[in-house]
Design a protein around this ligand. Structure first.
Ligand code: SF4
Length: 463
């Protein structure tokens, strides 16, 4: 098989992994037009410093011994297969880099010859690029569940980012849908990578020449909608992973109906709106000081798809509102829908000199169409509905103005080779979110369960 055919097959096969970034799209140049886009596996990701970087996103092979029901590359699926050699991936990366097509590599693989043999090949790509070719571009490697600690430590020396996909929100669902994988094979590598990152950071604080270990951190991907766990369970699991494994990011991936239909829900529409709300809730946990328990509870185990999670929380907690913008602490300001970290800090700075008035708020970056129902400040028009008095009416008004709640989502999986999440008209997707603000607020500690506990207890809800 020639190299172009392998790129076509293995670039296509890699696009289902969301834990990197966007996928390529296919577009022919019109007659007399210029340019065009191929599915050849170049995607985008955000670097730590906020730059958008282009990555060659491919699988080393889509042959796989495992039979994960949700995965297009499962061994029981009849599809064209291909495999690169280590040397081919190294050469492709260097050639694409020299031509300025890419700034790095995202490399994953189906499992062939067992986890260690697969991980060894992935690691050898990164090692060859770094040591033989002194390649300094970005490298994101998938860590294969069940791979040995020595191999993971070796991979962390050469990769910028490592990620182990947790795949499903509970151990029970993993057992049912991915019987070749097990809890320890996934959580232990995540723990090892998390410890490696923490130790490397500490060593480098002592000595700038200490070796790096996955300096861009680790991430994971979790499929939403293929199994019955509710959003509350998913958010608890994410909080636990962030807290215990020093995760940079949990990627939520709406289940695409491309798997084994006998084991999976008969969805015609990928649950993209649910995926979007989970990203918003995740953002609230990492940068706004919300705990998973606050966002959802036993009475409200699912995120409201018509409303962003912060507004939904605010409407369920009328006792917090209205918030006096001239007195409230920063942490309280962050709880107001329409006020983000930047506008909250601007409010705190500006009120040192004079009272913050309603007419100042837009200039301070407050999104008034959402914040107006939850605040108190001089100059506020008397006719504004107060959320605490009319929560149902405010719910309707907010939902009517919510771009994600009103944007039509595709009703089927596009068949033109385009990733569903790239479809035009969708609200913000993870790879289009701005770089993460720094420094993040710490997740509240203490009540967060261990990943083993959070993952173990599945909360079944009807889907
Ligand atoms: S291990 Fe499972 S998820 Fe990974 S490529 Fe194989 S079948 Fe797909």
């Amino acid at each position: 098989m020639d190299l172009a055919s392998k790129i076509a097959i293995l670039g296509e096969a890699a696009r289902y992994d969301a834990s990197c970034a966007s996928s390529g799209t296919r577009r022919e140049a019109p007659a007399g037009g210029m340019g065009g886009a191929a599915m050849g596996g170049i995607c985008h990701s955000w670097a730590d410093d906020g730059r958008c970087i282009s990555l060659l996103k491919i699988l080393l092979t889509n042959y796989c011994e495992y039979d994960c029901a949700y995965c297009i590359n499962r061994r029981s699926n009849d599809l064209p297969r291909a495999a690169f050699t280590v040397e081919e991936v190294v050469t492709l990366t260097l050639e694409f880099y020299k031509r300025n097509y890419i700034e790095g590599l995202f490399l994953s693989s189906g499992v062939t010859g067992g986890p260690d043999a697969t991980m060894e090949r992935l690691t050898r790509v990164a090692e060859t690029l770094r040591t033989q070719h002194r390649f300094a571009g970005y490298i994101h490697l998938k860590a294969i569940p069940g791979a040995s600690p020595d191999l993971l430590r070796r991979a962390g020396r050469f990769a910028d980012r490592l990620s182990v996909n947790i795949e499903l929100p509970s151990g029970a669902s993993l057992q049912r849908l991915a019987p070749d994988k097990n809890r320890d094979g996934i959580l232990q590598p995540m723990g090892l990578i998390g410890r490696g990152i923490t130790e490397s950071r500490a060593e480098r604080r002592q000595s700038r020449t200490a070796p790096r270990f996955a300096p861009a951190g680790q991430s994971t991907q979790l499929i939403v909608g293929a199994s019955p766990e509710n959003d509350r369970h998913i958010l608890h699991l994410a909080a636990s992973l962030y807290s215990h494994f020093d995760l940079k990011r949990v990627y939520y991936s709406a289940f695409l109906p491309a798997g084994n239909p006998s084991l999976l829900p008969a969805l015609t529409t990928p649950p993209l709106r649910r995926e979007h709300r989970l990203y918003q809730a995740d953002w609230l946990m990492r940068f706004y000081g919300f705990a998973a328990d606050e966002l959802l509870d036993d009475q409200h185990p699912q995120l409201d798809e018509t409303l962003d999670p912060k507004a939904a929380w605010a409407l369920r907690h009328p006792q917090f509102f209205p918030v006096d913008l001239n007195r409230a602490e920063l942490g309280i300001l962050l709880r107001v829908p329409g006020i983000g970290p930047t506008s909250a800090r601007r409010i705190v700075s500006s009120r040192r000199f004079a009272s913050v008035r309603f007419e100042d708020l837009a200039k301070l970056g407050v999104v008034l169409r959402r914040a107006r129902y939850f605040i108190a400040c001089p100059g506020q028009p008397a006719e504004i509905v107060v959320a605490a008095q009319s929560p149902e009416r405010v719910h309707r008004l907010l939902a009517a103005n919510d771009p994600a709640g009103n944007t039509p989502y595709p009703t089927s999986v596009p068949d033109d080779g385009m990733m569903v999440a790239d479809a035009p008209g969708l609200p913000v997707q993870p790879w289009l979110l701005p770089p993460e603000p720094a420094p993040p607020l710490p997740l509240p500690a203490g009540k967060i369960p261990t990943p083993e506990l959070a993952w173990g207890a599945a909360t079944a809800v009807p889907t």
